[in-house]
Design a protein around this ligand. Structure first.
Ligand SMILES: [Cu+2]
Length: 496
């Protein structure tokens, strides 16, 4: 593809769906929020996870062919305890290979569930996961190279919770489905028969696939019946590409208590929260006033156009538009509903928001032994090196190539830069500390330990690996816009 052809394609990406407005389907909004079952995978004799085909009626009078882990769409919430061995048994009853990648788990490459660990149709995979990390909300999903976007879109994903029995935060809401609520946010698009639409042309790949209908835990803009008191939401952006800016319609504030890697040092008061694909955040809000709280999102303006016209988000800032790294800078135009919370159940006793939070990850502070550049490239920049519009450091993903080798216990400084648009950067095997974004230092107290960082320009992060990953099953690093990842914006490395 030459530059002119690429620009034409990228320009038509402007017409790609970014606004919530439906043509075909008639979704039934306002269903009650499905609360996924918890499956204990530490200490349980029967922690089977079966990748299966299903049928799901997301919209009125329609049905979609879906996939899930042990259920027609999505999967159970896997719960594991620190200090124990988790033994999930994954069986593949689909007719194509899948994996189960434990996103955010600090486990060796050999059990991480990356593309090399495909489970063939009919096959079984029984990894042993030594759980050795702070309490956190993680997730799991299939990670077959070139198919990750399609498989997650159709449902091969679920939430995962690490508990730390050695840590107590008295007062934090903890009654599952009452004041401790899993919230998996996804956007989907439906055809006339209610089937899931996932059609990729080049503009859609460049933009990242966005749907026009919001699902939470697989239901369209549902309503949750929750405690009249403090309510903890475990937010997971399980979308392929959409970035949410979440807030409450009545303007009520809330406290963020955890990010990807676990608890923040102390609750952080916020009015809104940006959640990029694959990011997690736990928030606590106060519903003791008894009023229904509607969580809404502002539109996602992330698009290759901004990069084309000005480079790295500059155009948007020049035009006074939103800068996704600053949630206060966005306007309220075009907000759409995500989830309603109706506090019609009694609050469990002794709820209180702790002043400080115990058991969170510590920041990495050691002096880095080396610096590494990770350039997330798309469009002309990528074409020049890789001959493919999606690449990292001039090369598109190659399963047979190890991009670099690192060593356990060594701290590295990674300088991650984005091209054309903002990219949610993810690495396997660990959580990292963010030092700076676009030259501004980032306080650890605000962001915590991360395994996803929305990079819109340049970011510096401190990385340390504690688990090994060899050439047979290396760790991945990639953009978590799934169409970018599948298209080649991914690399892999070993940890000796
Ligand atoms: Cu990307």
């Amino acid at each position: 593809m030459d530059r002119r052809r690429f620009l034409t394609l990228a320009a038509s990406a402007l017409a790609a769906p970014g606004v919530i407005g439906r043509a075909n389907a008639s979704p039934v909004a306002g269903q009650s929020l499905p609360i996924p079952q918890i499956l204990d995978v530490t200490g349980s004799a029967d922690a089977a996870l079966e990748a299966i085909q299903g049928t799901t009626a997301f919209v009125e009078g329609g049905a979609a062919r879906t996939m899930g882990y042990s259920q027609p769409y999505l999967g159970p919430v896997l719960r594991m305890r620190r200090g124990e061995i988790a033994r999930p048994v994954v069986r593949n009853r689909l007719d194509s290979p899948v994996t189960a990648h434990w996103h955010g788990a600090h486990v060796p490459g050999a059990v991480d569930g990356g593309p090399q660990l495909a489970i063939a149709s009919g096959g079984t995979w029984a990894p042993e996961l030594e759980i050795d990390q702070p309490a956190a909300t993680l997730w799991y999903h299939s990670h077959i190279h070139g198919q990750t976007g399609r498989q997650i879109y159709h449902g091969l994903a679920g939430m995962m919770i690490v508990e730390d029995p050695g840590v107590e935060n008295p007062g934090l809401p903890s009654e599952w489905g009452v004041d401790d609520i899993p919230v998996i946010i996804q956007d989907r698009r439906f055809g006339r028969g209610g089937e899931l639409a996932y059609d990729l042309d080049m503009p859609t790949v460049m933009h990242g696939f966005q749907g026009d209908t919001i699902l939470v835990n697989g239901a369209v803009q549902p309503n949750a019946s929750v405690a009249r008191g403090l309510v903890r939401l475990r937010l997971l952006n399980g979308s392929n590409a959409r970035i949410y800016t979440l807030k409450f319609e009545d303007g009520r504030g809330f406290h963020q208590i955890a990010s990807d890697g676990g608890f923040l040092p102390a609750p952080v008061a916020r009015d809104s929260l940006v959640l990029a694909p694959a990011e997690r955040a736990e928030i606590v809000l106060d519903l003791s006033d008894g009023a229904t709280a509607r969580m809404v999102s502002l539109p996602d303006a992330n698009s290759p156009m901004e990069g084309m016209m000005g480079g790295g988000g500059m155009m948007q800032r020049m035009m006074g538009g939103m800068d996704r790294t600053d949630p206060e800078a966005v306007t309220d135009e075009g907000a759409f509903a995500v989830l309603s919370l109706t506090p019609d159940r009694p609050a469990p006793a002794s709820q209180a928001l702790p002043r400080v939070l115990a058991g969170g990850p510590a920041p990495t502070t050691a002096e880095p032994v080396r610096r590494r550049r990770i350039d997330l490239q798309m469009g002309p920049m990528a074409m020049r090196g890789a001959g493919n519009p999606l690449a990292i450091n001039g090369q598109s993903y190659d399963m047979g190539r190890i991009d670099f080798e690192t060593r356990r216990g060594e701290v590295e400084l990674w300088e991650v830069s984005s091209d054309m648009m903002a990219h949610p950067f993810h690495m396997h095997g660990t959580a990292f500390t963010v030092l700076s974004r676009n030259g501004r230092s980032v306080p650890f107290e605000q962001l915590g330990a991360k395994d996803i960082l929305l990079v819109d320009g340049k970011a510096e992060i401190l990385v340390e690996f504690r688990k090994p990953a060899d050439r047979a099953a290396p760790y991945m690093f990639h953009c978590h816009i799934l169409e970018h990842e599948d298209g080649g914006m991914m690399g892999q490395f070993t940890v000796a």
